[in-house]
Design a protein around this ligand. Structure first.
Ligand code: NA7
Length: 538
């Protein structure tokens, strides 16, 4: 056990909560730096979001060669991605491979939930109580949350929800066995990314599919395809340069594609449309990369939005259905979806779009869904209703500092310094927490940056003989103001997205992620270089 400037007896230097991509790399890093650590994970295996989200069509919207760890050069050379956008089973296999390769499982307690953690100021230690298979109370010097941003399923409070007699599913808590909808009448509630990915596949199986849509969404074709050995070899030969380039990009991905350097209104309409068409054919987030101001200027944004609206009209045969599928909000303000055959699915005779924008769902009954006064009889009902994002899983645990709990500190919305630390909760770090770029980026790149920053911080504390670190209130206040200021310069806060907490009734509306990875990385590095400025070390 290392000496952290503190002689209190502990079981571990660090307790890590969660064994998804954040928790796994944190564990690896802590071991490498000579700290003892234990991770507690609710699931019975690693993988985090990719363990839970097993719904048909679940696929990452960042390309596989980029949505992968960069910390180990041999790992990225050895692993063979088979598709441009990896599907959930392949990403889960990758997570399992990483766990085996670095022998991580011996320090992870699976099917074990962190219930509560209390910081004791006298000894500068955490007392952590767990429940489940490895139920016990352990002491550690530090607590690191790697619970993920999209891990707390949002089950909407629709009257009668529990009364449905057929099979009920949530995309974020999908069963481990194969679900076959053949011959069934199925309802899907929700048209975010999970709905948009699963609907085309469920439609191919079901006798009939009803899609209950509250808000239409923009989605762009993935043009997913197998990766050829030559393509992979080319990426692997240039991997370091690709990763380096990604570190300079706002979202931390897309190194292989050209990015525009001027605003959308600086070119004539036909040039702009040709640019959008070219990018639509490439597929994915690319669509929004042609101009610098799509998420900054309403006028520029409208040109991209109009382009996708036109596409919907061209793809969907029935004009009334096309109109109902056409969004009117800012494009990219909710996370853009990436699909395979989504709009085309509404041309199928066995698919009905039920527009519940004005009516909502009246009730769920034993036999199905009643919406707008009409009863839809169903054999199975899929909730693709998303997550209590970014704060849900953190606040499920009772994390208590000396004088204030995390729930109290965040009662009016999450407040952090750098998204990493919370005033009032010492020796506690959050990987990809609110107030950091996190969900606006390639998550694995953001995870690596946070884990490495936390690792460096713990080493600096060890070297300096410090036992306690806490974000100061003024630094946190300034950071919150800064995140709000940056967000307000963009169009992100203009629609009801989960970035704002708007999808969960009663949740405080705060724009939680910080746009722009490269300046953020510089700010984190400067804080470290200046002796962890904004944190009080003792
Ligand atoms: P999202 O993007 O939050 O989508 C959830 C969908 O469920 C969305 O269409 C919601 O409509 C709808 N919803 C939520 N509650 C209700 C109720 N009560 N009634 C009807 N419809 C409802 O979650 P996803 O899982 O699809 O995707 C989350 C992220 O995962 C995604 O952005 C990617 O980053 C990966 P709304 O738009 O709120 O009107």
């Amino acid at each position: 056990m290392s000496n952290q400037g503190n002689n209190a007896a502990v079981d571990y230097d660090v307790v890590v909560i969660g064994a998804g991509f954040g928790g796994m790399y944190m564990l690896y890093k802590l071991r490498e730096l000579g700290f003892s650590a234990r991770a507690f994970e609710v699931a019975d295996d690693v993988g985090g979001t990719w363990y839970w989200n097993r719904y048909p069509g679940a696929r990452c919207d960042v390309e596989s060669v980029e949505y992968s760890y960069s910390f180990d050069p041999q790992l990225q050379q050895d692993w063979v991605w088979t598709e441009r956008y990896a599907a959930q089973p392949e990403i889960l296999r990758y997570a399992q491979h990483v766990a085996d390769r670095f022998d991580l499982r011996r320090d992870i307690s699976f099917t074990t939930r962190v219930e509560e953690a209390q910081f004791d100021d006298a000894t500068a230690t955490w007392t952590v109580r767990t429940g489940g298979t490895d139920e016990r109370t352990v002491r550690s010097r530090f607590l690191v949350s790697a619970v993920g941003c999209l891990s707390s399923a949002n089950w909407p409070n629709i009257p009668g929800r529990e009364s449905f007699a057929g099979d009920t599913y949530h995309t974020g808590q999908w069963p481990h066995h194969e679900v076959d909808f053949t011959g069934k009448v199925v309802g899907v509630i929700g048209t975010g990314s999970s709905g948009i990915q699963s609907i085309p596949i469920i439609a191919r199986q079901a006798e009939h599919l009803y899609v209950f849509q509250r808000t239409p969404n923009y989605t762009v074709p993935a043009h997913n395809r197998p990766l050829t050995p030559d393509e992979l070899a080319d990426v692997k030969a240039r991997y370091d340069a690709i990763r380096e380039k990604n570190r300079t990009l706002s979202g931390g991905f897309g190194a292989q594609y050209e990015r525009g350097e001027i605003g959308a209104m600086e070119v004539p309409d036909d040039v702009r449309d040709a640019e959008y068409e070219k990018r639509w054919q490439i597929g994915g987030f690319n669509l929004l990369g042609g101009y610098t101001d799509i998420i900054l200027s309403k006028e520029s944004n409208e040109t991209a939005a109009q382009f996708v609206r036109r596409k919907i009209g061209e793809i969907v045969h029935d004009p009334a259905v096309a109109a109902a599928l056409t969004p009117d909000h800012v494009i990219g303000c909710k996370r853009l979806c990436i699909d395979t055959g989504y709009y085309e699915t509404f041309n199928r005779p066995n698919v009905t779009l039920v527009d519940i924008h004005d009516t909502g769902i009246d009730e769920i009954t034993p036999s199905g869904v009643r919406a707008g006064g009409t009863d839809y009889a169903l054999d199975a009902l899929v909730f693709a209703t998303g997550f209590d994002a970014m704060t849900g899983s953190l606040l499920k645990m009772d994390i208590r500092g000396p004088e204030v709990s995390l729930r109290e500190a965040w009662a009016a919305g999450p407040r952090t310094y750098l998204g990493l630390g919370v005033h009032g909760i010492p020796n506690f770090f959050v990987i990809t927490g609110p107030g950091s770029p996190s969900v606006l980026t390639n998550m694995i790149m953001s995870i690596e940056q946070h884990v490495e920053w936390i690792g460096d911080c713990l080493v600096a504390m060890r070297d300096g003989g410090h036992a306690r670190i806490e974000a100061t209130e003024p630094a946190q206040d300034q950071w919150v103001d800064y995140v709000n200021m940056v967000a307000s310069m963009t169009l992100f806060p203009t629609c009801n997205s989960w970035y704002l907490g708007a999808n969960v009734p009663g949740k405080t509306r705060v724009f939680m992620p910080l746009p722009g990875l490269p300046p953020y990385r510089e700010q984190c590095d400067a804080v470290a270089a200046n002796g962890y400025e904004g944190f009080a070390l003792a």
